[in-house]
Design a protein around this ligand. Structure first.
Ligand SMILES: O=C(O)c1cccc(C(=O)CC[C@H]2O[C@@H](n3cnc4c(=O)[nH]cnc43)[C@H](O)[C@@H]2O)c1
Length: 217
């Protein structure tokens, strides 16, 4: 069984996500801090939080879009890799990541496999629908069939996309801290349909997951 010894920083993008986490996770070892929306705000605000206090683990938690037939609405995805999916260059032959362009900055951040395994097993044992898979970070919500298809082809293992994970992960890396990204699926990635977002359902899943995380970590 995995048990963390120390303090945990949880970054959520908005207040509703913060409240969902705090409804599930009552723990003096935990601070839940707002990251803002997007990877840049998330990196800046995570750095500020890490500057102000000492932590042993950083978690980015929130809602996300799930790719069709990979992650259903209301289910949970725990990142086994945090991938920056739009940092690079378009070309007639497809997207070129920063790594492929030779800038030497990795756009993929790894996670501690033992923590991820412990969490996903505990979530499944608690009866929640959970999987581990890469989670993509993008600066904008994918909103057309073409860009969805391109992304799914380019990242065949990715189950979800959100907008903060990579920013939070880079800040955690600066402090040599392990990082996790946990997302509850609110919508299916595809042509923009804001009415179809099931935010309430996703926030309930996030609350349930937080209860389990409190027991595991
Ligand atoms: O309107 C509300 O009540 C509300 C409650 C909680 C969260 C929100 C947000 O709009 C959060 C934005 C946040 O969600 C992530 N997200 C969700 N779906 C996607 C997606 O399909 N593609 C990319 N990001 C997505 C993202 O991390 C945003 O920061 C509203």
């Amino acid at each position: 069984m995995y048990k963390l010894n120390g303090r945990i920083l949880i970054m959520t993008s908005v207040q509703a996500e913060k409240e969902a986490v705090l409804r599930g996770w009552h723990d003096p070892r935990v601070d839940v801090v707002l990251a803002g929306v997007g990877p840049v705000a998330a990196a800046i605000n995570t750095m500020k939080a890490l500057n102000a206090n000492t932590y042993d683990l950083v978690i980015n938690a929130g809602i996300a879009g799930g790719f069709a037939n990979r992650a259903e609405i209301g289910s949970l995805v725990i990142a086994n890799e945090i991938v920056c999916a739009d940092l690079g260059a378009e070309s007639p032959d497809g997207f070129l990541s920063l790594d492929e362009l030779g800038f030497g900055s990795s756009t993929r951040v790894g996670v501690d496999e033992s923590i991820v395994l412990a969490i996903s097993s505990a979530l499944s044992e608690a009866g929640l629908i959970a999987q581990t898979a890469p989670i993509l970070t993008l600066s904008k919500v994918t909103g057309t069939a073409e860009s969805t298809e391109e992304l799914m082809e380019r990242e065949p293992k990715a189950a979800a996309e959100a907008m903060e994970g990579y920013g939070v992960a880079l800040a955690a890396q600066e402090y040599n801290l392990p990082v996790l990204e946990i997302r509850a699926i609110s919508n299916t990635v595809g042509p923009r349909d804001r009415e179809g977002w099931r935010i309430k359902d996703a926030l309930i899943s996030l609350e349930s997951a937080s209860k389990v995380l409190m027991e595991v970590l």
